[in-house]
Design a protein around this ligand. Sequence first.
Ligand code: AMP
Length: 154
Amino acid sequence: MSQDDIDKPDYHHILAAVDLSPDGDTVARRALELAREFGARLTVLHVTANLIEEPAYEFMTTLPVDVDIQTEIVDQAKASLKDLCRRLGDEDIHRIVEVDTPKHGILDVARREEADLIVIGNHGVHGLELLLGSTANGVLHHAPCDILAVKVGG
Ligand code: AMP
């Protein structure tokens, strides 16, 4: 066995975290390329906010949101993921819509689905993001596996 064989990563399940902006296509496309290269499974994940139980910040009170609205948002996200996979040329790609904050949703699904590589977009951190922390940054610090941060946003 050569040193190259030892160092080469061997990914089996790649998780692409997409935010449904045009950047999502960039992230998913890169993940698909890698999945093909490694012969790995690919899951495309979008996380939607839980409007019913958890306000985004402690100082917010929970709004009386109809369960139907939450269902509608999840259904729309599922349809958007399906469209994204169609644009990638493969409607059979495994898709998950999770209800949570983006950071926790991505980390939970990565653990649950035993992903060994998370592909995520990275805008670079500036302005308000510096205070709040970007999603990529938050995921990076708790990731159970490797992460590829794809430069997005021009
Ligand atoms: P942001 O921190 O909003 O700049 O997002 C950076 C990256 O985090 C995005 O390019 C996605 O890869 C991922 N991300 C952000 N929000 C979501 C979300 N709601 N669901 C899944 N991934 C997300």
